[in-house]
Design a protein. Sequence first.
Length: 207
Amino acid sequence: MTSAQMPSSRAICIAGGDGSGKSTQVAALATAFVEQGLTPAVVTIWDVFDDPVMSAKLPYENAADVFAYLKVLSPRSRSHFLFHALHAALDLAEAKSPDVLLLNAYWYKYFATEVAHGGDPAVLRSLAAGFPEPDLTFFLKISAETTLTRKDQPSDYETGYGDFLEFQRHSLRVLDQLSTDLGWTELDGTRDQDEITATILDAIGNR
């Protein structure tokens, strides 16, 4: 699979399953970069809802509407929808001309989730071919059981519309394989969050 070219901004991805601490780390890294005098831009899948121009054109009033729509789609059609939203979020971030792009979950999480939903991995990987490859990807590893303790009210999508633990285990296995294939830096997601942030910043500084 060939990836699209990443823009001139440095791109750092925080990958992981549901409840692994991705958003916590992205927020901490954004703060650290600002303190260094850099301009970061965070990329998350639903950023279009925060953009006044794009959100005004959406037929969904809230996240519940989106998840209701996702539920009736197949893994292939749902992946098209999710990936288009992520491409739009990436466009919004790149338009800010940041020094650093911070990719929260990126296409990796949604690929893993859709494979766990029963999607064909080869087909879904081909759909993701247009996403640029990050400069560095850090994989926060946790167990499905840990995810359950961190998720008081998981969405239907996160449960696979069935058994939460079974679905999460499948999704995490897919992420493990992606990590092996793509050479991610793996971190223990159960460690102290400040320690994880420091480890990531050290790794970035050494590149």
